[in-house]
Design a protein around this ligand. Structure first.
Ligand code: UDP
Length: 369
């Protein structure tokens, strides 16, 4: 066991040919290695600025993280294969001299010239529909992709954070779930490519920390929602909001009594940044402990949108967890982190985002009802 491990309450706060998209925008592609120091404008140099690689940077969470890091003054390289990430998520950053985008897949070997101080590994489809669409690529992303990024972190002396998941708890037999709970995962079910992929990635991060001298951090992220979720990613919040806004049926799977805890994306980004800055090497749950049944979520969305959509019930997907609720004691104690945005407020912001995304003008509820 490594000496700096945190236990229980004992908390001490070959070459890829990456397609480089230059600062000029998200247009030009260049094959081969590239030198990040040459490409960044260090005339803006701030001695505290770091060079930070965000794998999965064009995704829902990744793009919010990139924006926050750039705003803080860092140089940020977003890397994404655009399988589920979207260029439009990075629109606000595309002309920022502190920002670069590279279209590449972390399952390919990675090689960069120039320094990298920190790496966030957020690269993987996270919606069950999407990660199950190509399960072997999902598993490869979790395992081979993590290995490639860990090798890069070792080479650069960079600290690296894994976006792991509450899925490591599978269909949990206890609630809430503390980090010490070892989970109840089916190794051969439809969710295994993601659940077991992330569990394997945690093992890799832990061993690189213990035996390769790499500074690793592991975040276990619970259901997250907010602006920039894709309207068609199949997740419950995006499905229900889009269905409610368009008047389509609200699709409940099973009896709708299964529970989830929904965390707003800004709270998650704050937690990730605090975890990266901390000395906590054990996994840390990041989520909002407020627990809702899926029917309750549907009712809230219907009320907020003033929609007349009706609820319909369909089959529960295999291995769909019955409950999920984070124990966030470790994050509170070690990172001084607590989620600030309640589901009601976060849903208002998310509904507004989807209205814009769907090209709908805001209509007062009274006019709709
Ligand atoms: N769900 C649902 N209707 C939908 C999408 C999802 O009832 O249109 C349910 C799903 O079966 C699960 C929960 O909502 O119990 C959360 O699903 P999601 O895909 O968002 O993420 P998960 O937590 O299962 O990874």
């Amino acid at each position: 066991m490594r000496p700096d491990a945190v236990h229980g309450e004992m908390c001490r706060p070959e070459a890829i040919s990456p397609r480089l998209v230059s600062t000029a925008g998200l247009e030009s592609n260049v094959d081969g290695n590239f030198n990040l120091t040459d490409n960044f404008d260090f005339s803006l140099h701030n001695p505290k600025a770091k060079t930070i690689l965000v794998a999965g940077g064009a995704g829902f969470v990744g793009s919010h993280l990139c924006e926050r890091l750039v705003r803080t003054g860092h140089h940020v390289i977003a890397l994404d294969n655009l399988l589920t990430g979207r260029r439009s998520n990075l629109a606000e950053l595309q002309h920022n001299p502190q920002f670069r985008f590279i279209e590449a897949d972390i399952v390919d070997p990675l090689q960069f010239d120039g320094p990298i101080d920190e790496i966030y590994n957020l690269a993987c489809a996270a919606s069950p529909d999407l990660y199950q669409a190509d399960p072997i690529h999902t598993f490869r992303t979790c395992v081979v992709g993590s290995l490639n990024l860990l090798d890069l972190a070792k080479q650069k002396g960079a600290r690296i954070l894994l976006a792991s998941t509450s899925e490591v708890y599978g269909d949990p037999e206890i609630s809430p779930q503390p980090e010490s709970y070892r989970g109840n995962v089916n190794t051969v079910g439809p969710r295994a490519c993601y659940d077991e992929g992330k569990r394997s990635a945690e093992t890799l991060f832990w061993e690189f920390g213990a035996h390769q001298g790499v500074e690793t951090r592991i975040a276990r992220i619970f259901n997250t929602y907010g602006p920039r979720m894709s309207p068609d990613d199949g997740r419950v919040v995006s499905n229900f909001v889009v269905q409610a806004l368009t008047g389509a049926d609200i699709t409940l799977y099973g009896d709708g009594k299964q529970t989830r805890s929904f965390g707003y994306v800004d709270d998650l980004v704050e937690g990730l940044i605090r975890l990266m800055a901390s000395d906590v090497t054990e996994p840390v749950n990041l989520g909002n402990p407020g627990e809702f049944t899926i029917i309750e979520l549907a009712e809230i969305v219907l009320a907020k949108t003033g929609s007349r959509s009706r609820m319909i019930f369909g089959p529960l997907p295999k291995d769909d967890p019955k409950q999920r609720k984070p124990d966030i004691t470790r994050a509170r104690m070690c990172l001084d982190w607590l989620p600030k945005i309640a589901l009601s407020e976060g849903l208002d912001l998310t509904i507004e985002h989807f209205r814009r995304e769907l090209g709908m003008h805001r209509v007062p509820v009274a006019e709709v009802a």
